[in-house]
Write a protein that binds this ligand. Sequence first.
Ligand code: ADP
Ligand code: MG
Length: 287
Amino acid sequence: PIRVAVRIRPQSRKGESKACLYRAPSETPGEAVVVDSKMVRFERVFGPKSSQQDVYFGCGVGLVDSLFQGYNACLFAYGQTGSGKTHSMLGPDGGNKSNKTLNGLIPQITSEIFRRIFAQKVDADRLLGANMSSFELRASYIEVYNGLTYDLLSREQKRKPLQLRQEQSSNTSAISASIPHVHAPDAITIRVDTLKQLMSIIRRGSQNRQTQKTGMNLHSSRSHAILTLTLEHRWRMTNASPSKTTSEKAKQVEAEKSENQDDYTVVSRLSRLLMCDLAGSESYDHR
Ligand code: ADP
Ligand code: MG
C-alpha cells in the first residue's frame, strides 16, 4: 500500500506571504487540508505545530514494524525547496542536535531499529540459546544529481558517477514483476553495529551532499538523497518457515537439540528500508 501524509511547515516570521494551505477544520471527518478553498484528503495531516515525534509515530514506527516482519518499504519526502523535507527526514543540523526532540524521521527510525535488534537479541539468547538468532544491519547512501548517481559514502575527492544495473525483478507478484529493479552494485555498503556508527555515516553522507562546489543549498535542493538500510535476520531451525512465533521456534529448537545437535538449518531473511530526501519539487533547469 502507498500512504501519503502532509506536513504543513510553520510560517516563518520574516514577511512570508499568506498561507495558501491549511489544515481542514476539526469538524470535518478524516484528515484533510484546504488548498484554494478546495478540500484534499490525505492519510495523515500534520499541522504547523506538529512535533518530530508526532511525525515519527504517524509515519515512521510502522515502517520499523514492517522491516522486522520482512517487508521492504520506502519512505520519501516530497515538496518544494524550503518546505521542510530535510527538517522532517533528518532534523536541524542533520539529526546532529543534542536536543533529541528535534531529531527527524531518520534518527528516530534508526534508533528504534537498534533498540529492537538489541531487545530481540536478548530475548533470543534467553529463549533459544546463544547464537541461534542474529541480526545484521547494512547501510548505503547515494544521491541522484543531474541524472547521475553518486556514492555519498565515498571518501574520494572527485566522485565518479556509479554504474547502474537494471534487472527484471525475480519477484513473482504481477506488480513488482513489471517494474525493473534498478541498483548500483558498486555503491559502498557498510555493516553497522551501533546507532552512533550509523549516524556518523549518515552525517558524513549528508555533508558530502551539501558541500559540493555548486554552492550550499543549491546542490542539495537539486539532488535526491537515498539512504538504504538492509536488515538481515538469520536464525537456526529445522523447518525453514519464517512465520513461526518465537516460542514455537523455541520449542522446536529444544526438541531438536535433544536429538541431534548438528541438525540445524540456517534461515535468513532480508528486508530493506529506503529513506529518501528528494530534490525540490519545483521545476528547474539543470545547468
Ligand atoms: P527542504 O529540505 O524541503 O528544502 P528544509 O527542511 O531545509 O526544507 O526547511 C527549510 C527551513 O524551514 C529550515 O530552516 C528548517 O529548519 C525550517 N523548517 C522546516 N520545517 C519546519 C518545522 N516543521 N518546524 C520548524 N522549522 C521548520
Ligand atoms: Mg533539503
